[in-house]
Design a protein around this ligand. Sequence first.
Ligand code: HEM
Length: 365
Amino acid sequence: MEVGLLFRNDITNLEDPRIDPLGMCGTESGDIVTDLYERGYHCSFLLLQQYAQARISSFQAFLVDIRVSFLQWPLFASWPPPLFFSLFLLSLIAWGGHAQLSPTFYATTCPNLATIVRHVMSQTVNNEPRMGASILRLFFHDCFVTGCDASVLLDDVGSSLVGEKTAVANNNSARGFEVIDTIKTQVEASCNGTVSCADILALAARDAVFLLRGQSWTVPLGRRDARTANKSAAESQLPGPDFNLSTLISMFAAKGLSARDMMTVLSGSHSIGQAQCTTFRNRIYHDANIDATFAATRRANFPTTGGNSSLAPLDIQTANQFDNNYFQNLIAQRWLLHSDQELFNNGSQDALVRSYSQNNGAFCL
Ligand code: HEM
């Protein structure tokens, strides 16, 4: 059954624990803290622990703590902060939430959840490695609009629900809905009416990165699925490939994410996956800050008209491997998206890009 249909059925059931119109995310999990601690992130450990003890109900307050932790990071642990931690933080995006998430949320109610998700994702990524990238992007596009509440998965329902799937950034671009459908079907067969699609998407994105040779991380669980979607928010809040640095910084700041610690790190997710010609045509024909040979090679395959949906790998070396080539290629100006090159264009993010380019461990571990 299609995920959207499941959601629509759920709308009538207000007792369903998976449904929460606020779509909240937050955490107090000691397990997450322990996980970070074991990896050596002592400063974050302390701050997360403080957060857990105080049970801060406002997610904005939590982000203040996290920003402090990033400021202190170099004093206590490796710098810069690794991508997996940023993805972990991305998974916490929500606004004004009170929900308490935990990695063990389904330990008794759906003990096979992680195994089911990993199994389907392994098959999927084996068959088509790019799908791992598409699932990660789907997760980002879900979290960036009204929090990680699976609203991106909802289909239109007449005029009463206009979904996010047809927003500019998603239309004929967002992929992987059928993968989440498959996982959801198998999860329902194992533990009916228990697991939210938002949690399934969060787990699937984690597994996608891991299966493409990136790091793994602990996923806090217990998200509630949205009962509605917000297409206009998706139109205005999802970043576009022609955006400049200050616009991108503002868009991430609007989510409580700093440029230095979050946007540049998260954009490293472009280490995997592909882009359609429409998203980079302007750059290969008009941008000055692009390697001439690289641009000429791309122009040979992507003419000024036609072939709008033709694909090119974002990372010209290892499109199916999660690594720091993204940052190295930005420095070499061998990159497709204008928005990415903005991160290394004599601006505030140059130093961080250089740092990650020199140290894959800092980025991925
Ligand atoms: C900084 C602002 C960002 C912009 C402007 C942006 C824009 C884009 C664009 C235009 C594409 C190509 C889509 C297509 O051609 O259909 C793309 C692909 C992708 N994006 Fe982003 N993105 C941004 C941030 C992120 C973040 C934060 C993540 C993950 C956390 C992410 C993950 C991905 C992935 C994995 C792909 C490849 C998807 C696939 O192959 O199906 N992006 N992005």
